[in-house]
Ligand binder design. Structure first.
Ligand SMILES: [Ca+2]
Length: 283
């Protein structure tokens, strides 16, 4: 077995009872690693409310790290792709797709939408970035590496937030429903109504898929809804108020969530915020 370092060569043979024990141990290690990878989020995910139990609990957050954020960026979408950080912004003539340096927050490259479009949330599916517009009923598709346009999708209604669960796109339109869409055709596959203690949660905005749950900004609120995608129930809220930077502009609302898998935290920001903050839920 040339090339195998000593400890690995040792466990290959002979085949005996220790193999099955080793297999069990290996599986236990894999399960532990998966649980640990999202350990900080279990405090919230485990808190699934029972029917009629009232509003979901509110959890405080712990700051993991902080990065500068372009203070003129009217943030609409934020997401990582294998450790690379991307952002989309809105407003006519200022709507911009950007790749950011995840260590410094600096803009590495960007592309503007034509001035008639107001950019909204975006997400990557493979090598494509799908970027919504607010009221134009049109999503634009850009190549992840070149930022060149490679397609468009029409849709009905408004576009607000977009994320991807690995199989389906999940989209918000400013209401209380999340629409599931085919990632290739963009056709709607169904929808789920988001409720907290049985009450509809309106104005769902930027979205993020992390560890089996949908994280959603709610327009003009400094808290994130953590949503069970199967039932639409909010299982808990994350209170961002203590980490929100002071910005006097009333439009500077929290609106950006990207799951930083490497650091096991949610990178959050807002429209016109000077900073991005990575947070973990506290028990
Ligand atoms: Ca996001």
């Amino acid at each position: 077995m040339p090339g195998l370092p000593f400890p690995f060569a040792m466990v290959i043979r002979p085949r005996c009872v220790f193999d099955s024990l080793g297999g069990l141990f290996f599986r236990a290690v894999v399960i532990a690693v998966v649980l640990l990878a999202h350990a900080s989020f279990q405090v919230c995910h485990a808190a699934a409310p029972t029917q009629g139990a009232g509003p979901a609990p509110v959890h405080q957050v712990r700051e993991v790290y902080r990065l500068p954020h372009e203070p003129g960026a009217f943030t609409q979408g934020l997401f990582f792709v294998h450790g690379r950080l991307f952002e989309t912004t809105g407003r006519h003539g200022q709507s911009r797709l950007m790749e950011l340096n995840p260590q410094t927050g600096r803009v590495l490259r960007s592309r503007f939408l034509p001035a008639q479009y107001f950019g909204e949330g975006a997400v990557a599916v493979g090598q494509r970035i799908i970027w919504l517009t607010w009221t134009s009923q049109q999503a634009f598709v850009f190549d992840l590496e070149t930022f060149e346009p490679v397609g468009e999708y029409p849709y009905q209604g408004e576009g607000w937030g977009l994320t991807f669960d690995g199989a389906r796109l999940i989209m918000s339109d400013g209401g209380s429903s999340l629409v599931l869409r085919d990632p290739q055709s963009f056709e709607p596959l169904g929808s789920v109504q988001v409720t907290d203690g049985g009450v509809a949660v309106d104005l769902l905005n930027e979205l993020e898929w992390a560890a089996g749950f949908v994280y959603a900004n709610v327009w003009r609120e400094s808290r994130i809804a953590v949503i069970d995608p199967g039932t639409g129930s909010v299982v808990c809220w994350l209170d961002l108020e203590p980490v929100v930077p002071l910005v006097l502009d009333p439009s500077a609302v929290a609106n950006g969530i990207a799951f930083d898998e490497r650091n096991d935290c949610l990178l959050i920001t807002g429209k016109l915020w000077p900073e991005m903050i990575c947070v973990q839920p506290l028990p």
